[in-house]
Design a protein around this ligand. Structure first.
Ligand code: DLZ
Length: 148
């Protein structure tokens, strides 16, 4: 049986991926997850022909929108990587809401594609299972940078 894919293959690209500039902004909180996601994303970007790749680190997912705003003019797309694990306090809610809304706000304000690669999960196991999603996030960044 053929497994269904959540997304179709990367379509036609209007630009050559070797000409685009991509930045990754990665939260250090839950570093074992975010570092691995960064590695997976960079590998996929290189497979797709992207040559100009820069990485930035911020303390946690809450700081991602600000960093994206500061660097956005220098890149064709940004991949925002974070991992927010639900705890026993409301911190999870505040960080995930502000991170997601902040990223979208910066993306629209700066007219820059920012890929939302921030995991919001209940536990470490769920986060580990989703590290591979970074492949799709890399593809999303290339598609948006090349076609818009
Ligand atoms: C403080 C905090 C907590 C409790 N949990 C997370 C998390 O699960 N994921 C994440 O990326 N960051 C977390 N942080 C850190 C905040 O994002 C932020 O760095 C601090 O509140 C300082 O502004």
């Amino acid at each position: 049986m053929k497994l269904s894919k959540s997304q179709p293959e990367l379509g036609v690209l209007d630009k050559d991926p070797s000409k685009i500039k991509i930045a990754l902004v990665k939260a250090k909180f839950n570093y074992d997850i975010t570092e691995e996601m960064e590695t997976v994303a960079i590998k996929r970007l290189k497979e797709l022909g992207v040559k100009n790749i820069s990485s930035y680190e911020v303390p946690g997912s809450f700081e991602i929108p600000y960093a994206c705003k500061k660097i956005s003019k220098n890149y064709d797309a940004i991949i925002a990587i974070g991992c927010i694990i639900e705890g026993e306090t409301d911190h999870y809610k505040f960080i995930s809401e502000n991170s997601s809304i902040g990223i979208q706000k910066v993306s629209i304000e700066e007219e820059k594609p920012i890929i939302f690669a921030v995991l919001t999960v209940k536990n470490h196991g769920q986060a580990t299972e989703r590290i591979k999603n970074a492949i799709t996030y890399a593809e999303n960044a290339v598609e948006m940078a090349c076609n818009f």
